[in-house]
Every structure is written in C-alpha cells, then in structure tokens.
Design a protein around this ligand. Sequence first.
Ligand code: FES
Length: 154
Amino acid sequence: MGEALTIGDVAARSGVATSALRFYEEQGLIHAERTDSGHRRYSRAVIRRVAFIVFAQKVGLSLEEIRGELARLPTNRVPDRADWAKLSRGWDARIQTRIEELERLRDGLSECIGCGCLSLDRCQLANPGDVAARRGAGPRYWIEGSGKGRSGAP
Ligand code: FES
C-alpha cells in the first residue's frame, strides 16, 4: 500500500470530514484496509478519489452515478490523470444546467424567499415560463432538477 494514511490524514489532506469518509466507505466509493486493531488505513491514491467524489457531488451526480463512474477506472493499476479526465467528460451539460438553476435562484431569491408560495401560476422561480404547468403540483423545476438532465424528462 506504500505510505498508508489514517482517516485523520485523509480528512486533513482532502478537507472532507471523517464522518463523510466513513459514509463514502459504507457506500463502496472508497476502500480502507484495517490494521490488527481495526483502524482504517488508506492508500495515498484515495485522496484523488475523494476529490473526484466531492467534485461529482457538486456537479450534481447521485451516489449511484458516482459509483458507476468510479467503476470505469482501471482496477489493475493506479488510475492516472488521463483515466480521471475521461470520467469528467460529458459533465458540461450538467454544469450548464446547474449554472442556469443558480441564475434562476439568484434572480428570484429576494422576492421568492419572502413569498414562499411556489405558485405554478405566478412564480417564475418554481415555474419559469410556465413550462411546468402540465407536470403537476409543486415546484416541479426544483423537484425534477429543472426538467433537463437529471430526471431525463424532456
Ligand atoms: S415563491 Fe411566490 S412568487 Fe416565487
């Protein structure tokens, strides 16, 4: 394993809380060996893996999607820069969707936070351009992830 890292080492180097690291391990996203006394020991390569998970979550990938992406990495060697770069290709559309969501949030924030109605009839934050009118009640754009990308809806 080379220089093994403790969970505290990984937390300090990655900026991710130990509780989150344990959660990632429970979800099968990272792996730790155990010492005779049961303490976790990580390879140095886990730092890059944790960074990828954090980026992927910020882009909006679900844990299941992240698991699928990580499964594309080679298992017979330590993944190199090109291997990691392949995984993030195709994220542009998702990032653009997130940008548009945040722009809508910014534009409607002060009025809508004070209002809170999320009316399909008049709220441009919940229903920009009345596009969600036929999808049902509630803030469809927030529930369904803006109707593009995540839900697969048109
Ligand atoms: S929450 Fe009422 S208009 Fe947006």
